[in-house]
Design a protein around this ligand. Structure first.
Ligand code: NAP
Ligand code: G3H
Length: 481
């Protein structure tokens, strides 16, 4: 049984839903504080059990032919598509995402899983002749294949509870690993629905085991556990850095926070820039790692760009996700709304020009736009994870690059210009994982490499990259003697 009459969700352990009515965490909706359901805060002993199950199940799974693994993943994708509306309903309540975006997240996840299965089917090894290296004859060949790592620990954030969980689980499984999945506590029920789709699609028992509980209580224990062989984490830079410190030699893949800049140069198409900036900054209330989190615009076009952004912002709607598909809704919790409010106050106190928003009703922050933001303001550097966009006016392209690179983060940047040479020049100077030319910052398409540098991450995600990250090279050298 997935959930009980009292709406307590179980954990998937060795193919069974296990309920424990003690140590419950009650998940309340950020929309109205009503109970969405309850999950169990697992003890260390229960976590040990989940990891042991995964460890045992992995050995056989690694031997299952890739085409059979692929069939199961295709079944999962089909089930997710069938259940998209059902899962979206939970997501709306649990993380206050609007219904349309929630459905689209589930469907994107189905596509992701299918593409992962097909990519894994087409992964090739290689063979290297020894005689290319000086001093060697043609009597050695290295045959390079890939093998699984073992137990992958998948830790996901609240903002994409289905997609950013599946983007770890599906490549891990296709690479022959088993998975221990720890969802964000706020988002855990949506994550459990994903795990249910894997179970119902026929994934053999023990290959996904879920562990619910506060990261602050079980996080350190699981990431350092001797039987978790790889940590695939998405979340804040603060927690990411902690994981990186304590895991010592364990391999990790981490996608963390960002402060993505949209750089707008003198010759940019300003209508295009304004549209992309506003769409990039405010969707899901700015609670996206890749949201546009600052604009760096050259003086020559700044007045016109600001006018266009103000105009574009009139289309940004806000309200309760229970009442419509609004761009901006309640933030995930009161602490987050307080934090964003603090950033707004600091900017106002230090003399930024408030052009829109700046108000708060409960945990809904009205879409907020600041002009004339200066580098002494917190909003110039800190990640709000909320609907606040600062505009920083700069003298020229070089100053834009300098300020962009002074950030501790390095996820993505956008450059708006009609001059392809300038676009390449700026792209080559920016210290980020991805530069978007004449587009908002964004992760997809999901087979593109996706990575952050500096405090924004370690390693590379993206379908093939994730499969490679969660498998290791095995070289077998044939000596023809
Ligand atoms: P978070 O607070 O760092 O939590 C992320 C996950 O880590 C949750 O499952 C959390 O569990 C868990 N966790 C907490 N403490 C832990 C510990 N000591 N050890 C191991 N795991 C622990 O992040 P969030 O608030 O969910 O997400 C927002 C942040 O994630 C933003 O900074 C955003 O930029 C970033 N993010 C980045 C990307 C990207 O791809 N670059 C994508 C999405 C989000 P609990 O929920 O139980 O605390
Ligand atoms: O929140 C972080 C996600 O990885 C961003 O994905 O650009 O598709 O919204 P997205």
């Amino acid at each position: 049984m997935f959930n009980t009459e009292e709406n307590i969700y179980g954990n998937l352990l060795n193919g069974k839903w296990i309920h424990n009515k003690e140590n419950l965490i009650h998940i309340k909706s950020p929309i109205n504080g009503e109970l969405v359901g309850s999950i169990h805060a697992m003890s260390r002993e229960e976590v040990d059990e989940a990891i042991n199950i995964a460890k045992k199940a992995q050995k056989e799974w690694a031997l299952v032919p890739t085409n059979e693994k692929s069939k199961i993943l295709h079944n999962v994708a089909d089930l997710l598509e069938e259940r998209a509306e059902e899962i979206a309903k939970i997501m709306v309540l649990e993380i206050a995402k609007d219904n349309k975006s929630a459905i689209s997240e589930v469907k994107r996840t189905a596509d992701f899983i299918r593409f992962t299965a097909e990519t894994a089917e087409n992964i090739k090894g290689e063979s290297l002749p020894g005689d290319s290296f000086p001093g060697f004859k043609n009597d050695k060949i290295s045959i390079v294949t890939r093998e699984a790592l073992g137990v992958v620990l998948a830790i996901s954030p609240f903002n994409y509870p289905v997609n950013l969980a599946a983007s770890k689980i599906a490549p891990a499984l296709m690479a022959g690993n088993s998975v221990v999945f720890k969802p964000a506590t706020q988002g855990a029920i949506s994550g459990l629905y994903l795990a249910k789709a894997f179970k119902d699609a026929g994934l053999p028992d023990g290959l996904i085991n879920t562990i619910t509980g506060r990261g602050s209580e079980i996080g350190d224990y699981v990431v350092t556990h001797k039987d978790t062989d790889f940590v695939n984490f998405t979340g804040s830079s603060e927690i990411g850095k902690r994981i990186s410190r304590i895991t010592e030699m364990k391999p990790i893949l981490m996608e963390l926070g960002g402060k993505d800049a949209a750089i707008v140069l003198d010759d940019a198409d300003l209508d295009l820039a304004a549209k992309n900036i506003v769409a990039g900054a405010f969707s899901y209330s700015g609670q996206r790692c890749t949201a546009v989190k600052r604009v760096l615009v050259t003086d020559y076009v700044s007045d016109t760009l600001v006018e266009k952004i103000v105009e574009e912002m009139k289309k940004v709607t806000y309200g309760s996700p229970l009442e419509g598909n609004f761009t901006v809704g309640p933030l995930i919790d009161t602490k987050s709304a307080d934090f964003v409010e603090g950033l707004i106050k600091d900017a106002v106190d230090k003399g930024a020009t408030l052009l829109a928003g700046g108000t708060r009703e409960g945990n809904i922050i009205a879409p907020t736009l600041f002009d004339n933001v200066t580098v002494d303001m917190r909003i110039a550097w800190e990640e709000p994870f909320g609907p606040v966009l600062p505009i920083i006016r700069v003298r020229n392209m070089e100053e834009a690059i300098k300020i962009a690179n002074e950030s501790e983060y390095g996820l993505q940047s956008s450059i708006f210009t009609k001059d392809i040479n300038k676009a390449f020049y700026v792209a080559s100077k920016l210290e980020v994982g991805t530069v978007q030319v004449n587009n908002k910052t964004e992760r997809g398409p999901d087979h593109f490499p996706f990575l952050g540098v500096k405090s924004s991450g370690m390693g590379v995600q993206g379908i093939r990259y994730s499969i490679e990250a969660m498998s290791r090279v095995k070289a077998t050298v044939i000596n023809l003697k």
